[in-house]
Design a protein around this ligand. Structure first.
Ligand SMILES: [Zn+2]
Length: 516
C-alpha cells in the first residue's frame, strides 16, 4: 500500500495537483493545493436540476460545491458555462483487455467515463488480488472495480472437463474460491450463462455460488442464459437468485434480441417492477445500440451448429444475413468486416449453409489447436425497446465495450445516450440520464464514494457540452472519438482534455466496501 500511495503522489505532482502530507486520518490536516472549477452548470448526479456554480477539488476529493470565491492558492479552471457532471461509471466493461499497455484508456475517458467495472459475463482475473496489485503497481488513468467471474471459477475447478453439471464437492470448492475472491474485494459474482463453461451449470450451482458472494455482502450480475428464445425464463432465474439469497441482482446489457420479442419491453419491465415490489432488488444495465457483439456460437444455445432448422430460426428471428457482420474470423481473415449475406455471395452459397460453415470451420480449427477466433456484430434489437429500457428508473448505462474492439460501443455508448436519446429523442431528461450514468450506477454496483458531486466524494468529474455531445464511432470506424466531452478528471487529476489523454494515471482500484 505504501508504495502505491507514493506513486499517486508522484503522479499528482506531475499533473500539478500537489498532495502534501498523506497521513491517514490523524491530527495532521492534509494540505493540498486546490483547483477551483468556476462558471459551470453543475448536474450533481442525484437527478436534481442543473444549477450554476463552482466546484473546488482538493487532492483527490471534492472539497466544496456551490457559489464559491477563489481562495489564495486556488488554480482556476473556467468551465465556460459548460456542464460539469460526476465521472461516468461503466457497470459492464471489458476495457481491462490491454489496459496494462494502454494505460491512458482513450476509449473510456473520451466518453467521460472515469470508472469501469470488469470481470463481467462470468470472466474475471483470478486471483483478483494479483490483478489489483498489478494495477496499483502500474496505475492507469481510470478507476477499476471487478466482479469474480463464475466461468473463471468453474474453469479453475473443472478445467477441460466442463461440459456437465458440477458435483457437490466441486461446488464446495468453487464456493471457497468465490469467498477468496470476495475477500480480495470483488463486488460480487458475475455469470455468463450463454457462454462456455457457464452454460453447462445448473441453476442450483449458480444459486449456491451467488450465495457465497452474498455471504460476503456481494451482489450478482448476469449475462443471462438467454436474451432471445428463453428470455423470460432467464429473468426468472435471476430474480429467484435475488429472492432466495437476499442479494441485489442485475441484468447485464438488457436486450429483447429476437424479432418476436420486439415491442415487449413493457412486459419485461413489468416483470422486473413486480419483483421489486415483492422485495427483490433487481436492476439492469443497458447500452444504446440495436446490434450486439459476441461469438457466433451464442446463436446456438444447444451448440447444434449443423442443425438446419436452428440455423433457419437464427436467420429469421435473431438476425438477418445482412445483419450478421463478421467482426473477426481467424481461419479466413478476409471475411472479417463482411456480412453473412456478403460471404454467402462470395462463396456462391446460401446464407444458412454459409453461417454453419463459418461456425463449423472455426470449431474444427479450435479442436485442432489452430487459429479459431471469431466474432459477430448482430443486429437484433428494436429501437423502441432500447428507449424503453433506457428510461426504466432502475436501468443504468453501460458499454460492454473494449479498448480495441470492433463494436463502436467501446468508444461511443455514453455520448450516444446523451446525444441521441436525451437531446434528439428526449427519452429522459439530461439530469435523469446523468443520474443513470453516475449515482444510480454507483448504487447498483455498491460503490459508496463516487457518482455524485458533493463534498467528500472522489473528484471524478466530466465537463461536457449538452448541446453538441454525441458519439461518432460506427462499425466501420469503431474508434472514432465522440464530440462534446471537454475535460475529464479522475481522483482530482485531468486525464482527458482537448481531445487527447494527458498521460496522467491517477486511477485507483475500487474494492467492495466493507459490510455494514
Ligand atoms: Zn455479456
Amino acid at each position: 500500500m505504501r508504495r502505491t500511495t507514493a506513486a499517486y503522489v508522484l503522479i499528482a505532482a506531475a499533473v500539478g495537483v500537489l498532495v502534501a502530507g498523506c497521513t491517514s486520518g490523524t491530527a495532521a490536516t492534509p494540505v493540498a493545493r486546490a483547483v477551483l472549477i468556476t462558471n459551470a452548470r453543475i448536474i450533481d448526479g442525484t437527478g436534481s436540476p442543473a444549477r450554476s456554480g463552482s466546484v473546488r477539488i482538493r487532492g483527490q476529493r471534492i472539497a466544496d460545491v456551490g457559489v464559491l470565491q477563489p481562495l489564495p492558492g486556488d488554480s482556476i479552471v473556467d468551465a465556460g458555462g459548460l456542464t460539469l457532471v460526476p465521472g461516468f461509471i461503466d457497470t459492464h466493461s471489458h476495457h481491462d483487455r490491454g489496459l496494462d499497455t494502454n494505460r491512458s484508456a482513450l476509449a473510456v475517458v473520451s466518453q467521460g467515463v472515469t470508472t469501469v467495472v470488469v470481470g463481467q459475463d462470468g470472466g474475471s482475473h483470478i486471483p483478483l488480488a494479483g490483478f489489483f496489485a498489478a494495477l496499483e503497481a502500474h496505475p492507469v488513468a481510470i478507476n477499476v472495480a471487478s466482479y469474480v467471474g463464475h466461468g473463471s471459477v468453474r474453469d479453475s475447478i473443472l478445467g477441460e472437463n466442463y461440459k456437465r453439471h458440477a458435483t457437490p464437492a466441486e461446488v464446495d470448492r468453487m464456493r471457497a474460491l468465490v469467498a477468496q475472491e470476495m475477500g480480495a474485494g470483488a463486488l460480487g459474482l458475475s455469470t455468463g450463462l450463454e457462454y462456455d463453461p457457464g452454460i453447462y451449470s445448473d441453476p442450483s450451482e449458480v444459486l449456491a455460488l451467488a450465495r457465497a458472494a452474498a455471504d460476503s455482502g456481494g451482489r450478482y450480475i448476469s449475462h443471462m442464459r438467454s436474451e432471445d428464445r428463453e428470455l423470460f425464463q432467464a429473468v426468472d432465474e435471476l430474480i429467484n437468485i435475488g429472492r432466495v439469497n437476499h442479494m441485489p441482482v442485475q441484468v447485464s446489457h438488457a436486450k429483447l434480441a429476437m424479432r418476436s420479442l420486439w415491442g415487449r419491453a413493457p412486459e419485461l419491465l413489468a416483470k422486473l417492477d413486480s419483483a421489486r415490489a415483492s422485495g427483490v432488488d433487481v436492476t439492469m444495465d443497458v447500452y444504446p445500440y440495436q446490434f450486439w457483439q459476441s461469438t457466433l456460437t451464442v446463436l446456438y444455445p444447444a451448440r447444434d451448429f449443423d442443425n438446419r432448422s436452428t440455423t433457419e430460426f437464427v436467420l429469421r428471428e435473431v438476425a438477418a444475413p445482412d445483419g450478421l457482420l463478421i467482426s473477426r474470423f481467424e481461419p479466413n481473415p478476409e471475411y472479417a468486416g463482411k456480412t453473412v449475406a456478403e460471404i454467402a455471395r462470395m462463396r456462391n452459397s446460401d446464407p444458412a449453409t454459409t453461417l454453419e460453415w463459418l461456425i463449423l470451420t472455426s470449431e474444427a480449427a479450435r479442436k485442432s489447436g489452430g487459429k479459431a477466433g471469431q466474432g459477430v456484430i448482430a443486429t437484433s434489437m428494436d429501437e423502441r425497446d432500447i428507449a424503453k429500457l433506457i428510461a426504466w428508473p432502475f436501468a443504468n448505462i453501460s458499454t460492454d465495450g473494449e479498448l480495441d474492439g470492433r463494436h463502436p460501443r467501446g468508444f461511443g455508448s455514453f455520448p450516444r445516450v446523451l446525444g441521441r436519446y436525451v437531446r434528439e429523442q428526449q427519452v429522459v431528461s439530461l439530469e435523469e440520464a446523468i443520474r443513470k450514468m453516475t449515482s444510480l450506477a454507483a448504487h447498483n454496483m455498491g460503490i459508496a464514494d463516487r457518482g455524485t458531486i458533493a463534498p467528500g466524494m472522489y473528484a471524478d468529474l466530466t465537463l461536457l457540452d449538452p448541446a453538441t455531445v454525441i458519439d461518432r464511432a460506427t462499425p466501420a470506424d469503431p474508434h472514432a472519438l465522440s464530440v462534446g466531452i471537454d475535460r475529464v478528471w479522475v481522483n482530482g487529476a485531468v486525464v482527458y482534455a482537448n481531445g487527447a489523454t494527458t498521460g496522467a494515471f491517477p486511477g485507483r482500484v475500487i474494492r467492495r466496501a466493507p459490510q455494514r
